[in-house]
Design a protein around this ligand. Sequence first.
Ligand code: G4P
Length: 174
Amino acid sequence: MTNAARALMKRIETEGQVNGEVIKVDRFLNHMVDPQLIHLMADQFADQFRTTDVTKILTAETSGIMLAQAVALKLEVPFIYAKKKKPLTMGDYYAAASYSFTKQESTTLYVSQEVLAQGEKVLFIDDFFAKGSTLKAIEEILDQAEAELVGTAVIINKSARRDIASILTLEDLS
Ligand code: G4P
């Protein structure tokens, strides 16, 4: 187990909760946020993706933003957060819808064409990977932009997919 995994596991045991497939992390990850824990997890992903020539990191509002920024800082690339509401000032854009089974709601993700160019190598970062609907929307946006997905990294992978980098899986927490 990595340093980041040990630290995250300890926080879930002491301040979180696991209710079946839903993990409560709002005292250190997605409401109150521990920047040192984020920094530790970012170290792991930066090491893992340092050799993949990532040109940009992409995440979706809101809870992926802190980790995306921390990894971006270490890899010395910019990060983009896909918006869930299209700002009036956004010109041409890429967009894709995703349905969250966890939240039982549909959202559209928007990325301005100004910030994502053809041929970019993109690392997608998020807090949870559940059914993969956010990743699917991100893949649609990358297709529209003719950009390449070079990896996906999430804090907790709740799926059986093992091609996704994560700090912990649901199995680790069982
Ligand atoms: P999927 O994209 O992989 O299909 O996942 P799903 O739609 O089921 O879940 C995505 C949303 O649900 C995300 O929030 C994510 O943070 C949240 N989520 C999923 N599993 C858990 C969990 O076990 N615990 C907690 N606390 N949240 C979970 P979002 O809609 O993107 O909103 P935001 O919170 O990032 O603003």
